[in-house]
Unconditional design. Sequence first.
Length: 415
Amino acid sequence: IGEDWANAQQKTANYDESKIPPYTLPALLTTQDGGKVSSAEAWTDARRPEVLALFQEHVFGRTPANWGKVSFETREVKKDALGGKATRKLIHIALPEHPTWAGMEVMLYIPNGLSLPAPCFVGPSFGGNHAVSTETDVPLSTRWMRPSKDKHIVDNRATEASRGNESSRWPLEMIIGQGFAVATYYYGDIEPDHADGWKEGLRAVLSKDGANTEWKNGDWGAIGAWSWGLSRIADYLETDDSVNAKKLAVIGHSRLGKTSLWTGAQDQRFGVVISNNSGEGGAALMRRNIGETTAIITKAFPHWFTKTYTSYANNEAACPIDKHMLIALAAPRPIYIASAVEDTWADPKGEFLSGLHAEPVYALFGQKGYGVKEQPAIDTPIGDAIAYHVRTGKHDVTSYDWEQYLRFAKRHFSK
Ligand code: GCU
């Protein structure tokens, strides 16, 4: 059904707290056989694997393990990028055993003049590398793109007019200026973001029945596949001496914020996890039924999730997880959850609450969460290992958001 229908739902959705039915969150610290989890070891060895398996079975699906070798080809190194402040690398990642997949194009900016390898933010983009950067010599993505309101996408392809289009969400000079590298790729390199997109993407390539695959309960969805791409960037970064692969922060906005959370859950090489306005299917508690709901998201975007997730539409109580458990999968690594006050579709309060209810797991590791029980005032960041803010404005990534993420990543990576 797709984007237009989902956008139309925004007008008629429930935004009234008093209409949220009473709910009970699934227990975080009780194992499936009823055991109490009261130590970091019990979480790590017994409960964490169960929770991860629940998200695989019920929400995002299992990531297959059959991709084989991964190749990295550095196609460009520009030492005087961003007016000499950075080195820009373009790296092509491919699967030699699966040549029908066209691969992914990674753009990496590394600050010049650092004496140590740089910590690095890793995140997918909505519009491609040429949209993230304002540098006009970045190759234009040739992949399928969603139509855009301002007409810079023509016949589902980027045009010159789409250069720099996403750059306000990626303040490269500010990030580089603080000593961080940035690695990004276009999420459509993995698969086009529409219900049949998987047929032309990695999910078909890796499944034995290709484009005839019948997706079963527990099989991975698009979010799982986009997340896989972020982990392959981590594979590459482990081979690049200019980056400190022990200091990687995964970041994503909206549907790509859901992707960021799932990446942080599955791949512990990401030492900091950031969810920007990830909303329903991301940080927002699914049981709150306010703004976007499970019923809406699974009808509009069934391909993002595993098939099982659709069965929880108007039936959230039957789902063995809620999103505090997704946040807890990042523990004890620091996680930042950000909301925007006008982004009621994403349920800012529900995003706040998932972090609050993940605190008991962080506490097992001696880590502090928010330090408050109520959602803070607008533009007032809070928290320690679990951090949160709700900023002024709309669904977006702004330099205010990045200021907080940079401060947060710096604080935790310097420990
Ligand atoms: C839609 C969708 C959200 C999603 C958002 C986005 O609004 O309903 O779940 O987060 O698109 O990715 O921008």
